[in-house]
Structures are given as C-alpha cells and as structure tokens.
Ligand binder design. Structure first.
Ligand code: ADP
Ligand code: MG
Length: 237
C-alpha cells in the first residue's frame, strides 16, 4: 500500500496538527462496520475521496477538525460516517434531544444531507430529522417529538425552535458546521453563536468549508479546540 506521505502528495492533501493519523486509502482499511461498507458498495463508490480518506481517521479519534475542500469532493460522508460511529458509542435516548447536530446553510443542502444520512444508516436504527425555514413548523416539531439521534438544521429555523423551547441541545456531543463559509456569507453567524451556547463544551466540533477566509478562521478559532486542519488542493481564499 501507499505510505501516508505519498498518498497525501498524490492527492494534494496538506495537514496540520499533532500526530495526524494516516489516511484510510481504501474502504477495506477503514474498519467501518459492515453495514456502512455495504452502502458504499451499493452506491458504487470504489474508494474514499481524499477529504474522506484523511478526515475519517481524525474524526474517529474524537478530535476537532477543520476540513477545507471544494464543492463536490465528498465532504458530507466525511462527517456523516464518523457521526454514525460516534452514535454507536454513545447510545443516548433520542427523546431527550439529538446527539449529532449538523448545521447547513440552506433547505436544499440540509435535505440532501438528511437523504444521505438516511441512506447510509438504514440498517443501523439511527433516526434523523431535518429542520429548515420556508416550511410550516408543526410537521417538523411532530417529527422532532418522535425523537431524533441526528438533527440536520438551518441556523434560522433551529434558533426559532430553540426559542420555543421545543428542542434541547444538552445531549449534543458531535457538532458539524457544514459549508461554514456559506453560512457566514448568508449572515448566520449570530444564530450559530446562539445555538452553540446551548451545546455542552464537552463535544467534538467539525467544520467543513470550501474556502478559508478570515471570517471562517475567526469562528473556527472561537468554536473549535485544538483542531487538526486538512486541506485538499490549493487554499482558495
Ligand atoms: P461536497 O459536500 O464536498 O460538495 P458531497 O458530499 O455532496 O460533496 O458529495 C458529492 C457527490 O459525490 C455526491 O453525489 C456523493 O454521493 C458522491 N460521493 C461521496 N463519496 C464518494 C466516494 N467515495 N466515491 C464516489 N462518489 C462519492
Ligand atoms: Mg457539502
């Protein structure tokens, strides 16, 4: 097999942080549960994408991570699969609130994340619900009341539901800020900060972004603890 170094060079992966683990260069070497490997096979995926290969082993060590890679590079499964494994280790009561929270900028993206989560976790008894604006609240609240291990939400709608005291984030221990650059461009920083105040500090925080401008660096510095940074290709500011 390829050494970590040559795999990184070949795929333009740069990392910074202490003792960054070697990438998973194949699905077989990932050690993922059989049902997840089966779904990857069903989807026709032959190998991890570079961002997946490098961010999976870091996320599985329960470390904070900043992952910078362009659109279409497979970032969603980069955080979803370690999220499923996190859930298996925790086994919280989903009636008391989600364990995994994924913040996403738009309804469309949030829905896509939920679809991918449902597809990859269908044989794992993991429940997932989606909260977004531009749609009535009652059906979303009913879904939420049935219990969800994973909540995928846009910051605005989640903030509204928090204000209504219809969700508790006290059990969240795996927080994903997906498309962080877009969320900030859309003006969601105040809502994100309000939401994070409701989540215990004892958590793992993962930030996925296509670009790395100073606003994103600032919020990463405030919300992540000693993150490992993974970058694919040129840093595009
Ligand atoms: P990003 O969030 O980086 O824009 P996505 O997570 O939306 O990218 O993934 C882009 C597409 O690549 C999706 O259709 C997804 O199903 C597919 N994909 C994800 N992982 C792999 C893989 N390992 N091999 C092939 N295709 C993949
Ligand atoms: Mg994405």
């Amino acid at each position: 097999g390829l050494s970590a170094e040559s795999y990184r060079r070949q795929h333009e992966i740069t990392v910074s942080g202490d003792n960054v683990p070697a990438p998973f260069t194949s699905f077989e070497s990932s050690g993922f549960p059989a049902e997840i490997l089966r779904e990857a096979q069903n989807a026709g995926f032959s190998a991890p994408t570079p961002i997946q290969a490098q961010s999976w082993p870091i996320a599985l060590q329960s470390r904070d991570i900043v992952a910078i890679a362009k659109t279409g590079s497979g970032k969603t499964l980069g955080y979803l699969i370690p999220g499923f494994i996190h859930l298996k280790r925790r086994r919280n009561n989903s009636q008391q609130g989600p364990t995994v929270l994924i913040l996403s900028p738009t309804r469309e993206l949030a829905t896509q994340i939920q679809d991918e989560a449902v597809k990859f976790s269908r044989s794992s008894r993991i429940s997932c619900t989606c909260l977004y604006g531009g749609a009535p609240k009652p059906p979303q609240l009913r879904e939420l009341d049935r219990g969800a291990d994973i909540v995928v939400a846009t910051p605005g709608r989640l903030n509204d539901i928090l204000e209504m005291r219809r969700i508790s984030l006290r059990q969240v221990s795996y927080l994903v800020l997906d498309e962080a650059d877009r969320m900030l461009d859309m003006g969601f920083e105040p809502q994100i900060r309000t939401i994070v105040k409701e989540i215990p500090a004892q958590r793992q925080t993962l930030m996925y972004t296509a670009t790395w401008p100073k606003e994103v660096r600032k919020i990463a510095a405030d919300l992540l603890v000693n993150p490992v940074q993974v970058n694919i290709g040129n840093i595009d500011e």
